[in-house]
Each structure stands twice: as structure tokens, then as C-alpha cells.
Design a protein around this ligand. Structure first.
Ligand code: NAD
Length: 359
């Protein structure tokens, strides 16, 4: 009997990259008992719902899950399954290591950053009011009666809750990770100069928690727009970033761009007892079913999962195998070639097989 892990193949390119991940994780020799569940488009076809209680129960039971990307329609239809999963399972810490791998096309070298993104609140809380609905009109009236500044009548409203509880929890998780993994410095990223109350809470909580770790882990803070410029120019000066949800989402894609693109950026979502691993990229529907996209992000998410399961040796072997294949640059997908139309680019499956040969 192996480790029980819930596997959600997801939409678009999800089934292909998760299959590649599965092949590579199994090639390490670690026995995994995969419990395959469907969420997203397949789930809608089967049950009419993008996310069922069965999926949530499976993850609660197994405590470890890995997923492919799941599509979210823009501006209409269902709410993001990813956001629903993070909220339902209280996976409050989204952790995204951004590491330079030799052989990848990067604007800067030697980036080695870990991003801690708060996962449960902020503008991602999903509390939105549609323009023209009675609820939105009621809220507009209420806000306009309470605030000196007026909101236009033809507005929609999204709510940005930032709590002391969630802010302290994510910053504590970041400091705990820093201590455990020998990281030296944490930068809290915010816009507290403008959003004095919401981002103000986040910054104040970060400063308070940082005091508990004084002398063990260095701490500073940076305004999010300045942070983006700093990362592009001097990413090597940063070690770990902790951010509220929305900035975390945007800055982690920026960092993925700094370290070779979405095709190689892995991610993890942690709660107190449950961990869900996933590539940072989306379902890239235009490439679905073509055996074309880069499986590395999902395979490296598998590396994070193996580490989480305590299989450090297998995780390191798989990570090194990925490193070798990327460095050699031969058996890699189109996005890792200098010319995207390079006919020597291999497919998703072939790149995973090349990685397996190096384990
Ligand atoms: P995307 O990440 O799917 O694709 C953006 C572009 O990045 C692609 O066109 C492709 O050029 C490149 N890319 C992405 N993954 C790649 C890979 N593995 N290899 C090579 N190139 C890759 O982002 P999008 O187009 O904004 O979103 C598509 C769908 O995915 C949307 O429905 C969105 O909601 C969803 N999404 C899901 C998740 C998730 O499940 N966690 C995350 C982001 C987006």
C-alpha cells in the first residue's frame, strides 16, 4: 500500500501534464495509491457541478492532493474551482518556489525566491455585487451614506476583506518555513500607503510576527509596485516574499516569468493538515490534447508533494533529473527552445520520459 493521494487531472492541458507528473513520480519508486477525481469541465458533464462534495471529501480523507489546472470562465458562469477548493479546505498558504534552472530562458540568472501568498481572503474572497442588482444598489446607498467619498451609481462592487487572523497566520507560516528551510530574509509586500486599513492590517501583523523572530530571520517590507520593479532589476536580493492574495497571484506570475516561464513554475497550497499541489499555469485550452506543452511545472509540483510526504531522497532525485534534462536542452518542449518553432522540440510525454531516464 502506497501513500493515498487525490489526483485531479483538471481541464485543457491538465490531463497531459498530470499524466507526465504521475509517470515521473512513479519512476522514483515511491508507491502512490492515486485516487482520481474529476473537477471542472468533466465534473460539469457528469454531475452538473464543477466541484462536488465527493472531491472535497476525498482530499479531506487523503490529506494530500495534486491537481492540473481547472478553467474558469471570465466574467460569467461558475466561480473558480481553484478558489473554492482553497476556501473549502482552508488552504491558507499558497507557496511558490521560483528557482533558476540552468537551460531555461530567463531575463536574469540565479533567482531563488519563495513566495508565500495568502489564499483565503482579499479581493479573492469572492464577495462581489453585480451592477444594477438590488443588493448592489442597497450596498451603494449604504456606503454613500457612510462615506464622504461617493461611489458612482453604475458601479459593481468587490469586497476586499483583510483580517488580523489570516494575516498573522500566513506570516507565521512564512517564518516557520524560513526557519525550517534555512531561509534568511522575508519581505512583506503591500500597498499600505494607499489602502491604509486593509493592507495596513497586513503590514502591521507582519511587523508584529517578525518581532517574534528577531535575530533569527531578517524582515523588511516593500510596496507592491516598487517590488515589481525591484524583482525585475534585482531579484537576487530577495529571499522570501509574503503577500496578500491578489498581489501574491500577480507577483508570482512575474517571478515565474523571471525563472523561465509558467511552464516550469510549481506551486503548493497548505492548510494546517491538508496540502494540495498544482502548477502555477492555467489550462491553456488552445494546446489541449496536442502533447505539446511543458510538463515541468506539474512534475516539480510532484517534487514538492514528495518532499511533503517525507520522501526527500526521491524528491531530490526527481528534481535533479529535471535539472539535467533542462540543462541539456535536448528533450524539452517548444517553450524551452530558443526558437519556438524548433522542429527538435519534443512533446509533453517525451519530455517526461527523458526525465524518468535520468532518475
Ligand atoms: P494559462 O496559464 O493557461 O496560459 C497562458 C499561456 O501560458 C498559454 O497560452 C501558454 O502560452 C503558456 N503556458 C501555460 N502553461 C504552459 C505549459 N505548461 N507549457 C508551455 N506553455 C504554457 O493562462 P490563461 O490563458 O490566462 O488561462 C486559461 C484558463 O486556465 C482560464 O480558464 C483560467 O481561469 C485557468 N487557470 C487556472 C489555474 C489553476 O487551475 N490553478 C491557474 C491559472 C489559470
Amino acid at each position: 500500500m502506497g501513500y493515498k493521494v487525490t489526483l485531479l487531472p483538471g481541464d485543457g492541458i491538465g490531463p497531459e501534464v498530470t499524466r507526465a507528473m504521475r509517470t515521473c513520480v512513479e519512476a522514483t519508486g515511491v508507491a502512490i495509491d492515486w485516487e482520481v477525481q474529476q473537477a471542472g469541465e468533466f465534473s460539469i458533464q457528469k454531475s452538473g457541478k464543477p466541484l462536488t462534495d465527493e472531491v472535497i471529501e476525498s482530499i479531506r480523507r487523503n490529506k494530500t492532493a495534486i491537481k492540473g489546472p481547472i478553467s474558469t470562465p471570465i466574467g460569467k458562469g461558475f466561480r473558480s474551482v481553484n478558489v473554492q477548493l482553497r476556501q473549502a479546505l482552508d488552504l491558507y498558504a499558497c507557496v511558490r518556489p521560483c528557482v533558476y534552472y540552468e537551460g531555461t530562458k530567463t531575463p536574469v540568472k540565479n533567482v531563488d525566491l519563495v513566495i508565500f501568498r495568502e489564499n483565503t481572503e482579499d479581493l479573492y474572497a469572492g464577495i462581489e455585487f453585480e451592477k444594477g442588482t438590488p443588493q448592489c444598489d442597497q450596498l451603494l446607498d449604504k456606503i454613500n451614506s457612510l462615506s464622504a467619498k461617493k461611489i458612482r451609481e453604475d458601479s459593481a462592487i468587490s469586497i476586499k476583506p483583510i483580517s488580523v487572523t489570516a494575516s498573522k497566520r500566513i506570516v507565521r507560516a512564512a517564518f516557520a518555513y524560513a526557519l525550517k528551510n534555512g531561509r534568511k530574509k522575508i519581505t512583506a509586500v503591500h500597498k499600505a500607503n494607499i489602502m491604509k486599513f486593509t493592507d495596513g492590517i497586513f503590514l502591521k501583523c507582519a511587523q508584529e510576527v517578525a518581532r517574534e523572530y528577531q535575530g533569527k530571520v531578517e524582515f523588511n517590507d516593500c510596496i507592491v509596485d516598487n517590488m515589481c520593479m525591484q524583482l525585475v532589476q534585482h531579484a537576487h536580493l530577495y529571499d522570501m516574499l509574503v503577500l496578500p492574495n491578489l498581489y501574491g497571484d500577480i507577483v508570482s506570475d512575474l517571478c515565474a516569468g523571471l525563472t523561465g516561464g509558467l511552464g516550469i513554475a510549481p506551486g503548493a497550497n497548505y492548510g494546517d493538515k491538508i496540502a494540495l499541489f498544482e502548477p502555477v499555469h492555467g489550462s491553456a485550452p488552445k494546446y489541449a490534447g496536442q502533447n505539446k506543452v511543458n510538463p515541468t511545472a506539474c512534475i516539480l509540483s510532484g517534487v514538492l508533494m514528495l518532499k511533503h510526504l517525507g520522501e526527500t531522497n526521491a524528491a531530490n532525485r526527481l528534481d535533479n533529473a529535471v535539472r539535467k534534462v533542462l540543462k541539456e536542452g535536448k528533450n524539452v518542449t517548444y517553450d524551452l527552445k530558443d526558437d519556438r518553432n524548433d522542429p527538435t522540440a519534443v512533446g509533453t510525454r517525451q519530455m517526461a520520459e527523458a526525465i524518468c531516464r535520468e532518475i
